[in-house]
Design a protein around this ligand. Sequence first.
Ligand SMILES: Nc1ncnc2c1ncn2[C@@H]1O[C@H](COP(=O)(O)OP(=O)(O)OP(=O)(O)O)[C@@H](O)[C@H]1O
Ligand SMILES: [Mg+2]
Length: 230
Amino acid sequence: MTQLAVDNVTKEYPTRDRPLSVLRGCSLALAAGQNAAILGPSGSGKSTLLYIIGTLDSPTAGRVTLDGVDPFGLGEKELAAFRNRRLGFVFQDHHLLPQCSVLENVLVPTLADPPAAKASGDANAAADRARDLLKRVGLGDRMDHRPAEISGGERQRVAIARALIHKPALLLADEPTGNLDRTTATQIGDLLLELQRDEGTMLLVVTHSLELAARFERRFELDDGHLKTT
Ligand SMILES: Nc1ncnc2c1ncn2[C@@H]1O[C@H](COP(=O)(O)OP(=O)(O)OP(=O)(O)O)[C@@H](O)[C@H]1O
Ligand SMILES: [Mg+2]
């Protein structure tokens, strides 16, 4: 069953002379539990496409649906809840809050959305899930550290745990291993794929690494605004 459908998405950015056409009709479909990598040269629109799928940017034309829901048809509050509960994001930079502990950082999405925390039981259930995720990413003994007190690879593990706290239907990652050395990048790639399988979430990763992309079920390449299967 198709869970994520991207249909003929275009994106134009207005510029002084004429609109800059970045995406010229991109389509892709992911079934529940599938993973895919998006490759393409710098400036080809990979982040733009991922941000549109993640509702952080809107398409000029075309449609994105997750489980049949078009997020761009939702009101502001509903859209924020949809983004928080149904999607998980991992960026090249971890974006952790420096003043919060590792455990608190993983819990941040549950604070932003109290009704979701209530629905999933209570604050204790959220904390249990956060601890469980941190153990699974290998940080069971780093929960009280601040982000400055752990390594770059460990910070990215925290970001992955945070992205999964609400059991998202779709996990999106934009060059998640871009700032890491090769060995650490391989470990983070392994971890993303392992958690994606265990959690049954869909995973869409933008990467420049052919090595990482080779380990995904499906690969797409953005070229001149078009998305091709490779
Ligand atoms: N807000 C914006 N306004 C105008 N042009 C933009 C904007 N954001 C991105 N662009 C342009 O759109 C194109 C695609 O950018 P995007 O960031 O999606 O590329 P990318 O494939 O992710 O590149 P990289 O691999 O370097 O991260 C670029 O040419 C960029 O200059
Ligand atoms: Mg990018």
